[in-house]
Write a new protein. Structure first.
Length: 240
């Protein structure tokens, strides 16, 4: 067993998948113009993540289930994620998928990729017999404005003081939660955010980059936690 124990938390849309599947669904089946406006309001901070989803779902009155499933089946994961999943299993690293998307398409995509028994925390989506899409947010926390599924809480609830936390992400829903982690792998909008806020991070293109860096971190005899992340975690614990 590794001397340094890691817990890895990874975003889904745009990180594990090539595209943001949630957004793609609303652009394809809802109103593309309205979708662009709503997403822009989210990114500018005018609305919260939960408000964003509620507004997006309002653009689709009902859905053709067969067409939706076919659309989802066209979505692919980054091929290097399979390798990363295997790496985590072989190295006894617990892996959690944290998504501000929805379980309906996430589980379908993982099933297609033959990836089972993953720890997944996401928003919920039910499609009723009237073909209405009904979202639910079981992990909502008002403190987490950039993610209707409060990723911060999953990180805090599934890691201990003696463990090193790793976050891998790309976008808006990752900005708050990454601040509670020791090692951050960032690309795209998350990378820009980390640069702006002067948060230490590792840039990455795919999960092979993450494996290479984790191997280096694992080999260090005196690995240190990120001080600002420890302070952030303590702030939350003191509020309880």
């Amino acid at each position: 067993m590794n001397v340094n124990k890691f817990k890895v938390f990874v975003d889904f849309d745009g990180t594990i998948t090539k595209v943001d599947v949630g957004e793609a669904i609303f652009r394809a089946f809802g109103n593309a113009v309205e979708t662009n406006i709503i997403v822009a309001d989210l990114l500018s901070g005018k609305i919260t993540a939960r408000m964003c989803w509620e507004l997006l779902f309002a653009t689709i009155k009902n859905i053709n289930l067969a067409k939706l499933n076919n659309f989802i089946d066209q979505m692919n994961i980054d091929p290097t994620f399979n390798q990363f999943h295997k790496y985590c299993l072989e190295n006894e690293i617990e892996l959690f998928v944290l998504s501000d998307g929805f379980d309906y398409y996430i589980k379908r995509i993982f099933k297609k990729a033959k990836l089972n028994n993953l720890n997944i925390f996401a928003n919920s989506l039910i499609i009723n017999d009237k073909n209405e899409m009904i979202p639910a947010f079981p992990y909502f926390d008002i403190d987490c404005q950039t993610s209707a599924n409060c990723k911060r809480n999953h990180i805090l609830n599934n890691s201990g003081d003696e463990e090193f936390t790793v976050y891998i992400g790309d976008g808006n829903s990752d900005k708050y939660s990454t601040q509670f982690c020791d090692f951050i792998f960032a690309k795209d909008d998350l990378l820009k955010f980390c640069e702006k806020e002067r948060i230490t991070f590792f840039p990455f293109n795919n999960f092979e980059d993450v494996i290479t860096r984790l191997d280096l971190l694992k080999s260090k005899k005196r690995l240190k936690k990120r001080y600002q992340a420890e302070l952030k975690r303590k702030e939350i614990y003191l509020q309880e």
